[in-house]
Each structure stands twice: as C-alpha cells, then as structure tokens.
Design a protein around this ligand. Structure first.
Ligand code: SAM
Length: 274
C-alpha cells in the first residue's frame, strides 16, 4: 500500500506533528511522510492520512501516536560527532569548572538518540578524571522516543555503528564484545541516567545543569519553538553554564541570554551573567 493524500490532509498532518513534537515538515516532504508511515498505516488498517490524523487528534491510541512520532523523527547520530564539542568539553568546560574549584558537574544530553552523545561525554569525562582525580560528572540523557532510549540504555552496537566516529583506542578501552555486538563498559554507562522528555514540555523536574548538549534537533523546529526551548534551557542552567549546539546551529536570532565563547577548538555558548 502506498499512502497518497490531498494538500489538506498533508496540512493537517503537519499541524499534528508540530504540536506533538515540534518538528516542522516542509512542503516538499510528501515522499518522506508516505515512506515512513506506509507500513504503520497498513499494519493498523488505516487507509488515509486524514483517518490517521483524526485518530491521533482524538487521542484514541497513545501507542499509535508514539509510533507516528518515532517514525517521523530522525535518529542519525555518531560517536564524538563533529569532534570539537568533545574537545571543548574537556579543554574549555571542564577546565573552567576546575579553575572555579567546582568538581561535581551535571550535564544534560538533550535529544540523545541511541546514546552515542552521552556515552561520548562519559568517555571524555573518564579520560579527564584520570588526570584530575576527584572530578565527577553525572549525565542526564533524554529523548522523546522510548524505543530509541531503550536501545541507548542497552548500550550495544554493531560493527557498523561502532565504526562511525570511534577510535580503535577508545573501542579497546571502553567496549566489550557481547555476541556479535559491542557493549559500552559499565563504568561509562553508570554515569548516565536516561529519561523520556519531550523538549516541548517542562524540564523543571530535571533540575539544574552546568552544561547542556542540545545538538542536531533544533534544526527541525520552528522559530517559536527554538526561542521557547532555548529560553527554558537557559533557565535550566546554573549561572554561567554552557550550551553546546550542533555544528550548523546558531542561537543569535533566537535567544539573547547566551554569549558565544570561541574556544581554540570550536564554539560554545555560555549563559550571560544576568
Ligand atoms: C538527529 S538526532 C540527534 C542526536 C544527537 N544529539 C546528535 O547530535 O548526534 C535527533 C533526536 O532528537 C529526538 N527528538 C525529536 N524531537 C524531539 C522532541 N520534541 N523532544 C525530544 N527529543 C526529540 C529524536 O528522537 C532524535 O533521537
């Protein structure tokens, strides 16, 4: 079965998706919608996109709602993505807190996908701790998708996923073979708590952080959502806390509560004094 739909049906689906998870579907994404929902609609005997939107809007099935959101989100990620954020983490962020004699940090990996980002943070922490004993970092890793969080918690990766961004040295040091996969070692896993959080909803229950990684997710959102999320992330940071965005993401049009810090390895944002 192939899903085809009228402009009105597509519009109504765009409205549902943006309300549910912030993702703004461009006008030219008909193929994406069709290919990602095809099987799901077939399995649930739903024959038109409007029928699906009606079920979703009437909250008749939270399982279906979750599955639609999961089908429409992009989980692309890799180890030490873009390299520089993890150099900035140890050379700028950790060093700054060390100067302040603050040696217990909380870091939030928002939209963590299958775990590569928080585990990379944890490996960098481990490397830093070896030279700076007594330094401690707790990581809270969140995503909207329970399915992807379950994969992240398992921390098992196949050879293909492992090859993306991970050095042989770190693989040897931080992973152990389990069947035909590799699992992140327990000391790296134990630093991380995974939780399901929709970035459109409240973060208050997460507490305050010293640094937030919010990478490669805001690109999918509207200007209004970006402003709202960045403003609430500023509220979730301790004074002078750091914010790391994706390599192609910028903050200037959306939030004036941060200043840009140009570290030698790349850019990070920092909460202004007041
Ligand atoms: C492209 S991945 C980015 C992963 C990682 N941060 C990185 O940079 O490699 C985007 C992630 O954002 C999640 N996501 C999308 N909408 C979200 C929302 N409203 N709240 C929380 N997570 C969301 C998706 O489930 C997906 O795992």
């Amino acid at each position: 079965m192939t899903v085809s739909f009228s402009p009105d049906e597509y519009k109504n689906f765009q409205i549902f998706l943006e309300k549910a998870c912030g993702i703004v579907l461009g006008e030219n994404k008909h193929y994406l919608v069709s290919s990602r929902l095809n099987r799901l609609m077939g399995d649930n005997n739903i024959s038109t996109l409007q029928e699906l939107v009606n079920i979703l809007n009437q909250s008749l099935s939270s399982i279906l709602r979750t599955k639609v959101i999961e089908a429409m989100t992009t989980n692309e990620t890799l180890w030490f993505r873009d390299t520089y954020p993890f150099q900035v983490l140890s050379q700028t962020i950790f060093e700054d807190y060390k100067q302040q004699k603050k040696n217990a940090l909380r870091i939030w990996s928002a939209a963590c996908s299958s775990g590569q980002e928080p585990y990379s943070i944890s490996m960098v922490t481990d490397e830093y701790m070896k030279k700076n004993p007594g330094f401690k970092v707790d990581v809270i890793a969140t995503d909207i998708s329970q399915e992807i969080l379950n994969m992240a918690k398992q921390a098992k990766y196949d050879a293909l996923a492992l090859a993306r961004g991970l050095s042989e040295e770190r693989k040897r040091q931080y992973f152990s073979p389990v069947g035909d996969q590799w699992q992140v070692n327990a000391n790296i896993r134990s630093r991380i708590n995974f939780r399901e959080i929709n970035l459109l909803q409240s973060y208050v229950s997460l507490g305050k952080f010293d640094a937030i990684f919010c990478r490669n997710v805001l690109i999918y959102f509207s200007t209004e959502s970006k402003k709202d999320i960045l403003n609430r992330m500023a509220d979730a940071l301790n004074p002078r806390g750091f914010l790391m965005l994706g390599a192609s993401e910028s903050i200037t049009q959306y939030c004036d509560r941060f200043e840009m810090v140009r570290a030698s390895t790349g850019v990070v944002y920092r909460l202004k004094n007041h």
